[in-house]
Design a protein around this ligand. Structure first.
Ligand SMILES: *[C@@H]1O[C@H](CO)[C@@H](O)[C@H](O)[C@H]1NC(C)=O
Ligand SMILES: *[C@@H]1O[C@H](CO)[C@@H](O)[C@H](O)[C@H]1NC(C)=O
Ligand SMILES: *[C@@H]1O[C@H](CO)[C@@H](O)[C@H](O)[C@H]1NC(C)=O
Ligand SMILES: *[C@@H]1O[C@H](CO)[C@@H](O)[C@H](O)[C@H]1NC(C)=O
Ligand SMILES: *[C@@H]1O[C@H](CO)[C@@H](O)[C@H](O)[C@H]1NC(C)=O
Ligand SMILES: *[C@@H]1O[C@H](CO)[C@@H](O)[C@H](O)[C@H]1NC(C)=O
Length: 313
């Protein structure tokens, strides 16, 4: 047991600590009034994205990224795991919002349990669509965003980038940020190029495991009649087709070998290879054991503090 009373600081100590802090805060507020609420935090919870004065690093985020995890309402356990994994990646130099995206609810239990999740985490987007492979959910996702986020970042565009992710991919956010920092903020299409053997980002399209479009492209998708006419089909292949037909996505980046499918004993294709230290994302984490082995490789639990309350060997 700690004894808080013995740690109570004297009045002069408080002044010595608070005065410079208050000074710093007012300088920061003066320099970056709008960014005040944009401390470089991951927010899996919209309402928790507030200034955190315990963290003295208060820099303007390098960029803003919306990470939409396309999933299904019933996958409660996966959302729990993803919230855990991403909430432990802190002190980021970009602003990243993680949202779980699904179509219309269909069951009585969902209408209550999902409502509870929203009340607690506020990180869910329910689109106007029905869950069905290749029925245009990706189109509905991208094309709904400009309207959904209209005005949420003042006059500025709400995000620089939009990520569309599967629910079986693990992103190492610091590596992702490091890689995106150097990228153009416009006309940008970034991801793991398909087919597996291709290293050419213009041939053919980015795998649905997780790819990024700059906001201007999302805007274009939401208004283009050509895209609307071709919104139903093989989801991620279509995204590549829209950009090709619309002559968009001049700036492209192929993330291989930093993104890949989880290593399996006998690789069936070159989308998969062994873990490497410089990883941006690992995909095809279909069960808890694959998540555990991946997180272990990246030393994610190294920071666990010893305690007499548990033993994990
Ligand atoms: C947060 O990040 C900054 C810049 O990358 C680094 O200097 C600082 O040590 C980090 N703080 C913590 C608590 O990890
Ligand atoms: C939702 O989608 C249905 C079917 O596509 C459409 O008829 C309806 O107008 C949409 N509702 C809204 C609010 O967009
Ligand atoms: C989704 O639900 C909304 C509200 O209940 C409804 O108006 C809409 O038609 C539904 N959309 C689809 C595609 O079923
Ligand atoms: C955003 O809102 C403004 C003002 O209500 C409106 O004029 C504009 O068309 C909206 N843009 C989108 C993409 O919905
Ligand atoms: C979209 O489809 C409609 C109806 O089939 C057609 O009239 C229109 O020309 C198409 N637009 C584009 C840009 O392909
Ligand atoms: C994990 O930690 C071990 C032991 O400290 C180290 O050798 C290894 O490089 C680390 N792995 C990664 C991916 O950082």
């Amino acid at each position: 047991m700690k004894h808080p009373s013995s740690l109570r600081p004297s009045r002069s100590t408080i002044t010595v600590i608070l005065l410079p802090l208050a000074l710093l805060a007012s300088i920061y507020l003066f320099l970056y009034p709008r960014e005040f609420e944009l401390q470089s935090l991951v927010s899996t919870c919209g309402r928790s994205t507030v200034a955190n004065f315990a963290d003295p690093v208060a820099v303007k985020p390098d960029f803003r990224l919306l990470m939409g995890v396309l999933t299904r309402a019933d996958l409660y356990e996966r959302r729990h795991l993803l919230r855990l994994v991403y909430s432990l990646q802190t002190n980021l130099s970009a602003h990243i919002d993680i949202r779980f995206v699904f179509c219309n609810l269909t069951k009585e239990d969902q209408r209550v349990l999902i409502a509870l999740e929203i009340m607690r985490y506020d990180d869910i987007i329910i689109l106007n669509c029905t869950e069905n492979m290749n029925s245009g959910k990706t189109y509905t996702y991208f094309s709904s965003l400009p309207n959904l986020f209209n005005g949420t970042n003042g006059d500025d565009r709400p995000y620089d980038y939009v990520l569309k992710a599967d629910d079986d991919i693990y992103f190492r956010l610091p590596s992702l940020i490091e890689s995106l920092k150097k990228m153009p903020r416009e006309d940008m299409y970034y991801g793991f190029v398909i087919p597996c053997g291709s290293m050419d980002p213009f041939h053919d399209y980015m795998s649905g495991m997780g790819y990024i479009l700059s906001w201007d492209l999302v805007d274009w998708i939401s208004t283009s009649e050509m895209v609307r006419n071709e919104s139903v089909g093989v989801e991620d292949l279509l995204t590549g087709k829209w950009l090709r037909d619309g002559k968009r996505g001049k700036n492209r980046f192929n993330t291989k070998p930093a993104m890949y499918d989880y290593p399996i004993p006998v690789p069936i294709d070159t989308c998969s290879h062994a873990f490497v230290p410089d990883t941006i994302a690992v995909h095809r984490l279909k069960d808890n054991l694959k998540w555990a082995r991946t997180l272990k490789y990246f030393n994610v639990t190294d920071g666990l503090k010893p305690s007499r309350f548990y033993h994990i060997d």
